[in-house]
Design a protein around this ligand. Structure first.
Ligand code: NAD
Length: 557
């Protein structure tokens, strides 16, 4: 069966019997609350169970919007929105889609970080599956307990590196839940096709192990063979129980993230957003910036501060892009340089270097500081993915500006407090010449009579569209070339008006259009490379658009 459009009738939603009466009001996929019509109230046994006045979706949304805005802080807004989602998904998604700039920071970063920290306290209703070491040997059995059959999209975390917050163990569940909400809001993947999963293999966070309200297993993290066997059983069970599902790895610790991606990416359609999604969004920013600086990708010299999942992921995708422009792999790698916590990544550091850094360990004298690395290597772009604030100093930004008429300076570390420099600093220290983007949003800056709008290199521009494209084409794999196609598509959607104010990403309000275009590019790649498991439709964009869930009510009677 192909990835179908949103289900049209109740039986297709995985519900064994069409719920009626009070049961219908407790099913968030079907419940319309006060919007059930007079006819539906009679036909579905709802008479008397609802207040008499019938509201429209628009009226309900305005009421919910007012309620969100009345809440005193972001966490309270998150709790309100979670409850709304658990009550009435169409209304929740209408609100998010129509007010995307206001709602995304509430249902995902930065608020989701705080929500994870408090997940034990604010947990009310299950949303997603917890698979723990206790379920070893019967993971498939537990997956089958999920009440919906048509799962197509799984986001899974083991909670080891939640955003910039570290090991949160089972509290990490907020992440797959939030990411899948973004898939639905931004790419129209129907909520009934999504399944958030948290793998609880313990935690090394002493505060959680000693804390009285921790909701997860109170034991140290499993590592080595025990961990690997658990993951192997999980992946095998997913492929058996949900053979059409795409699996997204999310917020795994550094060493496991690379290993798992490489081990499983050809076994089942899967990708890691922290590595590949980040790479595509950052590369898209660089490609769009070239429309301001002139020059080609293959001529760039990238200097990264931070050599983790984000940094080496971006460099790997840059290498793929530069190869497509005619460089050899060695030549392309030679254009990427890394400074990590110990200094410049160079060959002489030898055994000290993690596996993922080694392709970028060039034969070059060691350099201890970022400033000296900028002076020596003369980069065209400086990309911060270190999680270390205030590391792009006035001297370093000044040096970049002396080297380049329009220096590309991306401070991608999250949250805002971790950014390598602020937007205001980048513009001020470069005399307004920097092309700046960040991981967390910064307000616009007026500097010497010019209006600058910093771009936000948010992964939300990439992963929903990539996932949708992979699902629509039923691709057997999610390849790096698909992420490259996504990056190029995203860069192509940046408008001259965006570039005129220095913004290298489209407005977030265009996110559904962005996701649709990316999905079409990814599906086209799947068809062109023989990875698609369905025939290529004549009009890819129209075909995918028809599969996107638009949060509007259906008539049930
Ligand atoms: P990671 O833990 O895998 O890597 C961090 C790297 O920074 C490591 O190589 C570490 O050695 C290095 N580092 C630490 N201290 C340093 C210092 N003082 N100087 C130089 N390097 C130092 O983490 P990651 O997943 O690569 O994420 C890194 C940052 O990028 C985080 O802040 C994260 O929020 C951000 N990020 C942003 C986006 C985005 O903007 N779309 C996406 C993903 C990650």
């Amino acid at each position: 069966m192909t990835f179908p459009p949103p289900p049209a009738d109740l039986s297709a939603w995985g519900a064994p019997l069409q719920p009626r009466g009070a049961a219908l009001l407790t099913d968030p996929l079907l419940n319309k609350g006060t919007a059930f019509t007079e006819r539906e109230r009679d036909a579905l046994g709802l008479r008397g169970l609802l207040p008499p006045r019938v509201f429209t979706l628009e009226e309900q949304m305005q009421r919910s919007l007012a309620s969100v805005r009345r809440k005193p802080d972001a966490l309270e807004k998150y709790i309100y929105l979670t409850n709304l989602q658990n009550r009435n998904e169409v209304l929740f998604y209408r609100l998010v889609v129509d007010h995307v700039e206001e709602m995304v920071p509430l249902i995902y970063t930065p608020t989701v970080g705080q929500a994870c920290l408090e997940y034990g306290a604010i947990y009310r209703r299950p949303r997603g599956l917890f698979l723990t070491l206790r379920e070893r040997g019967r993971i498939a059995e537990v997956l089958r307990l999920w009440p919906r059959e048509g799962v197509r999209l799984i986001v899974v975390t083991d909670g080891e590196r939640i955003l910039g917050l570290g090991d949160l163990g089972a509290l990490g569940m907020g992440i797959p839940v939030g990411k899948l909400s973004l898939y639905t809001a931004c790419a129209g993947v129907h909520p009934s096709y999504t399944l958030p999963i948290t793998l609880d293999v313990g935690t090394d966070n002493p505060d959680l192990l000693d804390g009285p309200v921790y909701i997860g297993l109170k034991q140290k993290r499993a590592r080595g063979a025990v961990y690997d066997e658990f993951i192997e059983e999980f992946v095998t069970a997913v492929a058996t129980v949900f053979p059409q599902a795409l699996l997204q790895w999310e917020d795994f610790g550094n060493t496991n993230a690379f290993r798992l991606l490489n081990r499983y990416r050809s076994r089942l359609p899967s990708f890691n957003d922290d590595i590949q999604g980040t790479a595509a969004v950052a590369l898209a920013g660089v490609i769009a910036a070239l429309r301001l600086t002139g020059g080609s990708l293959r001529e760039q010299r990238l200097l990264f501060l931070g050599a983790g999942e984000a940094g080496t992921g971006i460099a790997d995708l840059y290498v793929a892009a530069a190869r497509a422009e005619g460089l050899t792999e060695a030549e392309a790698r030679q254009r990427c340089w890394f400074v990590d916590s110990k200094g410049l990544v160079v060959k002489s550091r030898g055994a000290d270097l993690a596996h993922h850094k080694q392709p970028y360990a060039h034969d070059h004298p060691f350099i201890a500081t970022l400033g000296e690395a900028v002076r020596t290597l003369r980069p065209t772009a400086l990309i911060g993915v270190s999680g270390m604030p205030a590391t792009f100093t006035p001297e370093i930004v000044g040096q970049m500006t002396a080297l380049n008429p329009r220096p590309i300076i991306f401070a991608l570390s999250n949250p805002t407090s971790k950014a390598e420099c602020t937007a205001e600093q980048a513009y001020a220290w470069s005399d307004g010449r920097a092309i700046f983007a960040s991981g967390s949003p910064f307000p616009a800056v007026d500097f010497k009579g010019r209006h600058h709008v910093p771009g936000q290199g948010n992964n939300i521009y990439i992963f929903p569209g990539v996932g949708l494209g992979a699902l629509a084409s039923e691709s057997r794999e999610v390849t790096d070339t698909m992420f490259l196609a996504a990056a190029r598509t995203l860069a192509g959607l940046v408008e001259p008006a965006d570039l005129a104010v220095g913004r290298v990403y489209p407005a977030l309000t265009k996110i559904r259009e962005v996701s649709l275009r990316i999905a079409a590019a990814v599906a086209a790649e799947a068809h062109a490379t023989g990875l698609a498991r369905v025939a290529r439709p004549v009009d890819l964009v129209a075909d995918i658009q028809a599969r996107m869930f638009d949060p509007v009510y259906r008539e049930f009677a």
